[in-house]
Write a protein that binds this ligand. Structure first.
Ligand code: BGC
Length: 263
């Protein structure tokens, strides 16, 4: 279905776990050449497993360690893709971090850590990808993993909501700058998705019930639901889509508190 993705060179940040791992497997199955970025060695086994899945599916993969919040490391990541595969076609800024802390107790360090990873990291990744695309005169593609919290406020996660809200306008602004070069920049905003990061909270019956209250579709999503959209956005089927956010959230962004028809 996405045959145009075959042979495309794609960087996926945070590819060792969660939604990033699902992106990697899916692009591998589409026979892309995948650069799997990870930060911590604790993801090495998963990265090796993903690499194997990609090879078995007929794709190619290399793993590159880099902290996406560090400018030089992101530059080296893009360079590693170009050195290995000769070009860059698609950049997925996916790595992210969240941890609940009430706003009045949040230190500047805790605030900054999330902004650095979720927002500044995606900016550096986008900037480096755009530079590579311009250098090659290529109609490259950038996809950022955002969140429903780029629009829904999230108590106890002020740094996260601010980072994702910023990511939305960052994407829209950069898309406006580079659409004329054929560079397509878009966001995917997942809602409640089961991954190894969220498995525990969604298996708690109270949290699960509370979360389902906020989802018109009455189900928690799967990483594959998000990965399907990434394949679409990266393919030629989406060739006229610039500067858009696609919510993959079972309707969470549609004010589900109004479902009863009152108010
Ligand atoms: C977060 C999840 C959360 C979901 C809905 C996502 O951005 O990563 O932990 O369940 O938003 O609130």
């Amino acid at each position: 279905m996405f045959s145009d993705l075959e042979g495309k060179v794609i960087i996926i940040t945070g590819a060792g776990s969660g939604i990033g791992k699902s992106f990697a497997e899916n692009f591998g199955k589409a026979k892309a050449k995948v650069v799997l970025n990870y930060r911590s060695n604790r993801h090495l086994d998963e990265i090796e497993a993903v690499k194997q899945i990609i090879h078995d599916a007929g794709g190619q993969a290399i793993a590159v360690q880099a902290d996406i919040a560090v400018e030089e490391e992101v530059q080296q990541l893009v360079q590693a893709a170009v050195n290995e595969f000769g070009t860059l076609d698609i950049m997925i800024n996916n790595a992210g971090f969240e941890k609940p802390i009430p706003s009045h107790k949040m230190s500047v360090e805790e605030w900054q850590k999330v902004i650095d990873i979720n927002l500044t990291g995606a900016f550096i990744g986008s900037r480096e990808a755009v530079n590579q695309f311009l250098k090659e005169d290529k109609k490259g593609i950038i996809i950022n993993t955002s969140s429903v919290h780029d629009t829904i406020p999230w108590p106890n996660y002020v740094n996260y909501a601010a980072s994702k809200g910023g990511l939305k306008l960052m994407m829209e602004t950069m898309s406006m700058e580079y659409a004329q070069h054929g560079i397509r920049i878009n966001n995917i905003s997942p809602g409640a998705i089961v991954t190894e990061h969220t498995k525990e909270k969604f298996s708690d019956p109270d949290t699960r019930a509370e979360t389902l209250e906020m989802i018109p579709a009455k189900e928690i999503g799967e990483a594959q639901d998000v990965a399907n959209v990434a394949l679409f956005l990266a393919s030629d089927l989406a060739k006229y889509i610039h500067g858009t956010t696609i919510y993959v959230d079972g309707g969470m962004t549609n004010y589900p508190a109004f479902m009863g028809g009152k108010g």
